[in-house]
Design a binder for this molecule. Structure first.
Ligand code: PLP
Length: 419
């Protein structure tokens, strides 16, 4: 633990009371990376100076016009931004209540919102004169986006991935290799994401001159801030598109929450708009609420430290990280971004769950109603929107963050196809 981490001698003592936030949500974290009691840098001493260097570099370039212009150039010319806001007429008509709009993040390069963040981080890596990228991946989407960004900037890239995930996600392993990345196979423990993160952090500590490209709004400071900033392009565009098309902001914004990057990117520009309801949907998995049956961190977790930061975590009484389950590999994580933890305590964002079955039903409903096949992750957000809409007025509208496309999930869904 670094000196920075010791700020919180007893993390539980400073927890805010739900609905009574001592800290205003929607602001930047403090200098040590805390969003209220959550966040921080809980890392081995060897990594503390590396993170401090990264935080200093990010703060330097964060508002630099040239940096922002280059980021914006790649977002539009490499990843087709702005992504459209699509009104689902068929779906809305059949629900008979609020109108549903989709923010089409599935139309980004590589089919998900992840590229927004990897482009931002790779441009920072370039300015820091880094030559080598380290990343880790579970389902493979972040690994693929990191490999693409590294290829684009002519950097070497090593992606750590559990052996079990490599087997389940073989096409993504091929994509990464196709783009010149090395996929490092991790054979410890369960051979999935948690072990891949441990291995990647170890590799980074061994080569601090490399750049660790993190895939969600999690990890030690400054990652949650940086990832939120890069993904906020989603919410900023939604704001502008709603004002242009409807002349007002949405009644509700809904996003799925894994580590929390697509959700915080959507929510952040609306935090101070108290008339806009913000809803984060966690994976309820098999729906029992039992350990091992879900990955709904804020619904069932407790505050604790995981992978370098303090937030809600799924852990048992001994502090061991619990096994997690979700039909969607991208939501299968036992932690959640620290800013979400604060937003939950403050009551500014509602966090709910959708089960595997509800997500699968929403997946088919959207595919058939509109000819848009959503990622199973995004189908969790959609499932909740489908349940809210009928009770709302037809003048109201809900924006669902369609974080990715579902082509990657087709094999997984075979068993659900009607005969
Ligand atoms: C990775 C992924 C997610 C979950 O990650 P967040 O950081 O919570 O956004 C959601 N949707 C898709 C399509 C993904 O690839």
């Amino acid at each position: 633990m670094s000196a920075v981490a010791s700020k919180l001698s007893d993390p539980l003592s400073s927890l805010s009371v739900p609905g009574q936030c001592a800290v205003l949500p929607g602001k930047d974290p403090d200098a040590q990376g805390f969003f209220g009691p959550y966040g921080g840098m809980f890392v081995p001493p060897a990594l503390a100076p590396v993170l401090e260097e990264l935080a200093a570099a990010y703060l330097k370039y964060r508002n630099d016009p040239e940096f922002l212009q280059e980021f914006s150039y790649y977002l539009s010319h490499y990843s087709c931004r702005p992504t459209p806001l699509f009104r689902c007429d068929n779906l809305s008509r059949s629900l008979g209540g609020a109108v549903i709009y989709l923010k089409r993040e599935d139309l980004n390069h590589l089919g998900a919102h992840k590229i927004n963040n990897t482009l931002g981080q790779i441009l920072l890596a370039k300015r820091m004169n880094k030559k080598r990228i380290i990343a880790e991946t579970g389902a493979g989407s972040h690994g693929v986006a990191a490999a693409a960004a590294a290829a684009l900037m002519n950097m070497e890239c090593t992606v750590y991935m559990g052996e079990e995930d490599m087997r389940r996600q073989a096409p993504n392993v091929q994509r990464m290799r196709m783009m010149g990345a090395t996929v490092a196979c991790v054979t410890d423990g369960q051979r999935t994401l948690k072990e891949a993160v441990d291995a990647a952090i170890g590799a980074w500590a061994a080569d601090p001159s490399s750049f660790y490209l993190l895939g969600s709004a999690v990890g030690p400071h400054p990652y949650p801030l940086m990832v939120r900033d890069f993904q906020s392009v989603i919410g900023k565009e939604i704001r502008q598109q709603c004002l242009e098309e409807k002349g007002r902001l949405p009644d509700v914004c809904v996003a799925c929450v894994g580590g929390g990057s697509n959700a915080i990117g959507m929510f952040h520009p609306f935090i101070e708009e108290s008339a806009v309801r913000l809803v984060g949907v966690e994976p309820g998995g098999r729906g029992s609420g039992k350990i091992g049956d879900h990955a709904a961190t804020m619904t069932y977790g407790v505050p604790g430290v995981v992978h370098g930061f303090n937030s809600y975590v799924l852990q048992d009484e001994k502090g061991e990280i619990c096994p997690v389950h979700s039909i969607s590999a991208g939501l299968d994580y036992p932690g959640v971004g620290p800013e979400h933890a604060l937003l939950k305590d403050c009551g500014r964002v509602e966090y709910v769950t959708a089960t595997d079955k509800e997500a699968v039903d929403a997946f088919f409903t959207l595919s058939r109603a509109e000819g848009v096949i959503p990622a199973l992750e995004s189908a969790h957000a959609l499932a909740h929107a489908l349940s809210m809409a009928p009770a709302m007025h037809k003048d109201q509208f809900i924006v669902v963050n369609l974080s990715g496309r579902g082509d990657k999930d087709l094999a997984q869904l075979e068993e659900y196809f009607p005969a």
